[in-house]
Write a protein that binds this ligand. Structure first.
Ligand code: GSH
Length: 155
């Protein structure tokens, strides 16, 4: 049977805490992943055979990129910036328009719907809209529909 390819496939060895960290990062970001356990010691050769330059796990294929080391993998997963789950924080909405740098930084951490941003930053939709319009005009962000909801994400 043909199996749909996961967004992320990573190699680890049993008991590797950096390997567990990669799984937790993917879980947190809602990224579908495949985890492959290699045999300790033999893992070095296995990684080289799979085209990774180094000999340590975790080693991940993220899209077409091959990335090694939990920190590098964390960065690559951030750059990927896919749409994930919602914030759920109370909103109190008053005051001036949102600082667009704050909005952009927030979206770089995780793509958000207008409601997520509103809840996460404690700003009203009216306060957020000018920043979102400006960031879109500057091609800093774009939108993506997921589960019938519009999400803003960085470009
Ligand atoms: N700082 C690295 C640690 C990588 C590392 O030392 N991985 C160990 C397993 S936890 C490994 O691959 N050991 C096999 C070896 O050195 O041959 C990271 O966070 O990825």
């Amino acid at each position: 049977m043909l199996r749909e390819m996961s967004e992320v496939k990573f190699y680890t060895v049993p008991g590797s805490h950096p390997g567990v960290a990669v799984a937790l990062m993917c879980d947190y970001k809602g990224i579908d992943y495949e985890r492959v356990y290699l045999l300790p010691v033999l893992s070095k050769a296995s990684l080289r055979l799979r085209g990774f330059p180094g000999i340590t796990v975790p080693a991940a294929r993220i899209g077409k990129a091959k990335v090694q080391g939990s920190v590098a993998i964390a960065r690559a997963l951030d750059e990927r910036a896919e749409v994930i789950a919602d914030f759920s924080k109370h909103v109190s909405a008053t005051g001036k328009p949102a600082d667009f740098n704050v909005v952009l930084e927030t979206l770089r951490r995780r793509p958000c719907s207008l409601e997520d941003l509103s809840a996460g930053l404690g700003l009203s939709k009216e306060q957020l809209e000018p920043a979102l319009t400006k960031l879109q005009a500057l091609s800093k962000i774009t939108t993506e529909e997921k589960n019938q909801k519009k999400y803003y994400k960085p470009l």
